[in-house]
Design a protein around this ligand. Sequence first.
Ligand code: PLP
Length: 505
Amino acid sequence: MKWHQATWDEPLIFEYKGKNRVGLKIPIEEELRKQVKINLPINLRRKDIDLPELSELEVIRHFIRLSQMSFGVDNGMVPLGSCTMKYNPKIEEEADNLTQNLHPLQDESTVQGILEVIYDMQRWLAEITGMELCSLQVPAGAAGELAGVLMIKKYHEIKGRKNRDEMLVADTAHGTNPASASMENFKVIYIKSNNEGLVDIDVLKEIVSERTAGFMLTNPNTLGLFEENILDIAKYIHSVDAKLYYDGANLNGILGIVRPGDMGFDIVHLNLHKTFAVPHGGGGPGAGAICAKGEMVDYLPYPLVEKKNGKYSLTYIPKYTIGKIATYYGNIGNVVRAYIYILGLGAEGISLVGKMSTLATNYLISKLKDVKGLDLIAPNRPRKHEVVFSAKTLAKETGVTANDIAKALLDRGFYAPTIYFPPNVEEALMIEPTETEPKEVLDSFAEAVRDIINLAYTNPNEVLSSPKNTAVRRLDQVIANHPSSVTPTYRVKRLREEGKIGSLK
Ligand SMILES: *Cc1c(COP(=O)(O)O)cnc(C)c1O
C-alpha cells in the first residue's frame, strides 16, 4: 500500500469561499424569536467577522482531513523508545465516560464507586511492583519522580541528617531524573555505564557515601538491558541507609515477571500512560502512581483511600506525608482507563505483556542486527522492552544520520523511533515495538529500515530528501523547534496578516 497523508495544500476552513450555506437550519418560531432578541449596544456588536458559511459535508471533510494529517498508533506503528506507544483499547474510553458526571468535592457517600476504583488501584499497582501501597495523586511520570525525591529528602530530614545532598543517577537515565533531583537542590552525580551498557559497580562503590540520599535507576535500563547486579546495587545503596528509586515509566519489559520491590527498590513511580495503555494524548493529561514499601509508605502523598466497615473514604494521611503533589485525587479519568486495562488483562494477561514485548524487541533485533552500518552495544545480550541501535557507522560512511532514517520511515507509513537518546549512544535509534504490534508489522518495519539503509549506500540523496508523503515535509530544524511554527494557529495568523481572511476585530 502506498502511504499518503492529507496535506496542508488544500484550503483551511477559513479559506472556503462558500456563502449562504448552512449545515443545520434550526426552525425558530416567530414568537420565540421575539423573546430571545437581545439588545446589544451598538459599540459592542462585531461587524463583518467573515466567518465561513459551510455545509455539513464541508465541515466534516475539514475535520476528517485534519485528523488524517496526524499520525497515531490507531493508524500505524509508533516505535518511540522509552514511550511505550502500545494500543489503547477503546473500551477504556467508554469507562472514562462514566466519570464525566463526578465532582471531586462531592460527598464521599455519593462516590463510593470511584473510591473503590482508587482503592483497588492503590493495591493492584503495589502488587504488580512489589510495593506495599501506591498513591495515584501524581499527574505524570515526572511528577511521580518529584514526589519520590521529596519523600527521600523528607526521610533524611526526619532522621536529622543535614548532609544528604547527593542524588545518584544512571548516565542512561531519562532527563526527568536529574531534573527532579535538582529541583530539590540535590547534587546530581551520574553513574557511568560500563561497556556492557550496565551500571559500573566499581564506580558505584567508590561514590556511595554518607552524603548519598538515593539512587534513581530503572531496570531494565534505558538500553533495554536488565541490570543483573541489581541485588548488589541495592546492598551498597542500603549500606548507608540511602534509598533506591525505580523509574517505572516503562514497566513493560518485566510486567508480571519480576518486581522492583523484590529487586530491593524502596520507591517506584509508574506512568499509567505508557505501561498501562492510557493514551498519551497530544499534550493532554497523563497519570502516574507513586508507590512505596517499608518505612517509605509513611511519606506518600495524601490523601489515600481506605476502607472501613465496607465504606471507602479519603481519610488516610500517611504519618510523614510530603503533602499533595496535585489537586484532588489524580487524573481520575486516566486512573479508570488503567483500571479497565488491568481488569481486561487479568493476572495471566499482565505477565504476557512482559513476555510478548520482550519477544517483539528480540525478534526485531534478529531482523536488524546484521544490517550494515547499524551497531548494537552488547549484541549478544537479550533486550527487554526496547533496543538502542547506533547509526554512527552509517553516518560516517554515507552521510545519512539517525535523523534521516527517522524522516525516511515517516514516508513508509511508520512513526519514527526515538532518536539521539539515550545521550551515551551516538546517532541513537531507540526502538520500542511493544506487545501490541502484529508480527507482520514488525516484519515490514524491519524491511523499511533495511530498505532505507540500502538506499543510503546507493542513493543517499533519496533518503536525505525524505519525507515526501507526509502532511508536513522536511522542516527547518531551528524554526520547527518553536512550537507555534507549524500549527494551524500560526497559519491562520499568517493568512490574517496577508489579508486573506478577516480579522476578528
Ligand atoms: C516518559 C518517561 C518519564 C517521564 O514521564 P512523563 O509522564 O512524561 O513526565 C520518566 N522516565 C522515563 C524512563 C520515561 O520514559
